[in-house]
Ligand binder design. Structure first.
Ligand SMILES: C[S@@+](CC[C@H](N)C(=O)[O-])C[C@H]1O[C@@H](n2cnc3c(N)ncnc32)[C@H](O)[C@@H]1O
Length: 249
């Protein structure tokens, strides 16, 4: 069966593991060319600011080796390099067309390389990276707990993980606008601009089922991260979590 033909309601109920991964990789592959444009629209032009905040929170050491996991078109990686020009950044993703867009934006940037990788089985050694960041990854992966454990594995002791995701806002008025935006506006405008109606009805489904920030913090702690905390931006609809791999482990 072609995974692209799964009915939308099956995404959360049925597609797990490898099947879910294949579905997500193909979906991002299809929308790669319009992805950045849609990001700017859906974030009301704020998304690059959030990535710069992630880069600050990562506290990359001098000449650090950094993993931008689910790099997509490379915007988090580029934000890290803007802040830490002497870093070496690996952008990893399983949707190759997304990274091809990133390579075109790279403009001769020497500190960035792209690698094909699945976030649930990273092709990296234990304790390889000084810092690890990911934006808009965790709501896409089939097993959040395994994803965090894998990130913990490849991070050096003392290194930070920085995780950005769309979350439900706290205030009820904003919650109503948020539901209207994700359930009505995003699918329509996304379909119009990307030409892919399925991808932009998957997006609100994946957002609405994602764990609340406190639950996500707990999952990070269970994976072994310490000093876990988060901040909300964009009227509370975006959470940026930070955790550290303890030096003693
Ligand atoms: C919404 S995009 C985010 C891209 C980028 N981080 C950004 O800030 O724009 C999500 C990305 O996660 C990637 N992704 C989702 N699940 C993944 C997995 N299991 N392994 C690797 N990449 C994954 C997708 O291919 C896609 O490029």
């Amino acid at each position: 069966m072609n995974n692209n033909t799964f009915p939308q309601h099956d995404m959360d109920g049925l597609l797990q593991g490898q099947q879910r991964g294949q579905y997500v990789a193909r979906m991002f592959g299809r929308i790669a060319a319009r992805y950045d444009l849609l990001n700017r629209f859906m974030s009301l032009g704020q998304d690059q600011r959030w990535r710069r905040r992630m880069a600050a929170l990562a506290e990359v050491p001098a000449q650090g080796l950094v993993l931008d996991l689910a790099t997509g078109t490379g915007d988090v990686a580029l934000a890290v390099l803007e802040r830490s020009p002497d870093a070496q950044v690996v952008g990893a993703d399983f949707a190759l067309p997304m990274m091809q867009v990133g390579q075109r934006k790279q403009m001769g940037e020497q500190g960035l390389s792209f690698v094909g990788a699945d976030a649930l089985a990273l092709p990296f050694h234990n304790m390889q990276f000084d810092a690890l960041l990911h934006a808009f990854l965790m709501r896409n992966i089939a097993d959040i707990a395994s994803g965090f454990r894998e990130q913990w594995r490849v991070l050096k002791p003392g290194g930070r993980v920085v995780c950005l995701e769309i979350v439900g806002p706290e205030a009820s008025l904003i919650r109503s606008v948020y539901h209207l935006f994700f359930e009505t506006i995003v699918p329509r405008v996304g379909a119009l601009i990307s030409g892919d109606a399925q991808a932009y009805s998957y997006l609100p489904q994946s957002v609405l089922r994602f764990p609340a920030p406190d639950t996500l913090s707990q999952m990070m702690r269970e994976a072994g991260f310490a000093q876990v905390r988060y901040e909300r931006v964009m009227l509370g609809t975006i959470a940026i979590h930070v955790g550290e791999k303890p030096r003693a482990s």
